[in-house]
Design a binder for this molecule. Structure first.
Ligand code: GDP
Length: 345
């Protein structure tokens, strides 16, 4: 059997690293597209010991010609579109950049594939953020959409572009509607990693206070290492489709904090509600956690939980890491890093 080639945009991100590791283990030649910048951001690939096993090429998702050239040069069998601005919070500050990279970026990629290599299979990292206000309760692939952030709006554009390129041109391109997925490699701009990294530093003697936004918000949080397997499985199907990828369980930010605190050995008691909520160290009485309005968002999706039964049935995919194991994994990894002179990514 000839070796397959996979092209991953956004290979330096959390999912890019897990996916690269998994595809190399499956025997793929992996080519990663990275943004041109003065320093290469490789610590995630290094930490999964895959940096030496992938080829890196520069790519600007805003430059159509460079996408066409890269696809011609690499000739991928499979393309995983994980690139683009991925933070909901940041999308309120950078709505246009988010639209260009996370929305239009997908369309440019598909248009290039259509012109140059229409037999290639594509995965688009879609998001539960597309459901937004329509996502109350348990949601599956037939749910309506009403995004509540510039990020969600960009991802919904990409979602429909994928469906259209499938119907109009027969491209094998699938939307993975990914609910939140985390890991020790998650960026600090996301609440989970912000919590585990800061609490680990506090547990190691740091004097800072962990300042958060709304503690009552809930998410369906899974493990990124599981979610990249669903991405791969979608591209092995005879037909492309849309799939929800989720755990089916939600927890609040506060529950995440409580579990993470326990995992790093802190004994925290919460008092007050909303903006007045405080997390106090039971041993010393010091306030370790506070709430700041600056971390609240202009709009939030409804609380929702993903129904991944289609992925289970068609892809034979199920999450293997539950909430407690995920929080513990992240907290322990950050505890090991705390105090070490190591890159914090
Ligand atoms: P998202 O679901 O992709 O937006 O992932 P995030 O990890 O950025 O946010 C998850 C939830 O945590 C959202 O409802 C946020 O409003 C909430 N949240 C509360 N405090 C914070 C914070 O300090 N930072 C971030 N990023 N989110 C926070």
């Amino acid at each position: 059997m000839t070796q397959k080639t996979a092209l991953i945009t956004g290979i330096t991100g959390q999912d890019g690293a897990y996916l690269a590791r998994s595809l190399v283990d499956k025997g793929y030649r992996v080519v990663g597209a990275v943004r041109r910048s003065s320093t290469l951001n490789l610590p995630r690939l290094v930490s999964l010991e895959v940096a030496q096993e992938v080829e890196l090429k520069t790519l600007d998702m805003q430059d159509f010609t460079s996408i066409v050239r890269l696809i011609e040069e690499v000739g991928p069998d499979e393309i995983y579109n994980l690139g683009g601005q991925s933070s909901v919070q940041a999308s309120f500050q950078q709505p246009l950049y988010t639209g260009e990279t996370s929305g239009m970026g997908c369309l440019r990629l598909m248009e290039a594939v259509k012109l140059v290599l229409p037999e290639a299979r594509l995965f688009e990292a879609s998001s539960s953020e597309i459901f937004g206000l329509k996502g109350s309760g348990v949601v599956n692939e037939s749910q309506d959409f009403h995004p509540r952030s510039p990020y969600g709006v960009a991802k919904l554009f990409a979602y429909w572009a994928v469906v259209n390129y499938r119907e109009a041109y027969g491209l094998h391109v699938s939307n993975g509607i990914m609910f939140n997925h985390e890991s020790p490699l998650r960026g600090m701009e996301f609440v989970t990693r912000k919590i585990t990294a800061t609490l680990a530093q506090i547990a190691s003697g740091g004097q800072q206070t962990l300042m958060l936004g709304n503690l009552d918000n809930a998410r369906d949080w899974g493990f990124a290492g599981d979610y990249v397997e669903a991405m791969w499985a979608m591209l092995q199907q005879p037909e492309a489709d849309n799939y929800v990828v989720a755990t089916g369980k939600t927890h609040t930010v506060k529950q995440f904090v409580e579990l993470a605190a326990k995992a790093v050995g802190l004994d925290i008691e919460f008092e007050g509600e909303g903006l007045e909520a405080k997390g106090i160290d039971r041993k010393t009485g010091r306030q370790m956690i506070g709430v700041s309005k600056s971390f609240y968002r202009p709009s939030e999706p409804d609380p929702m939980v993903g129904d991944a039964s289609k992925a289970k049935e068609k892809l034979n995919w199920e999450p293997s890491v539950d909430f407690e194991a995920l929080v513990t994994m992240m907290a322990q990894s950050d505890l090991e890093r705390a105090g070490k002179e190591q890159a914090w990514y």
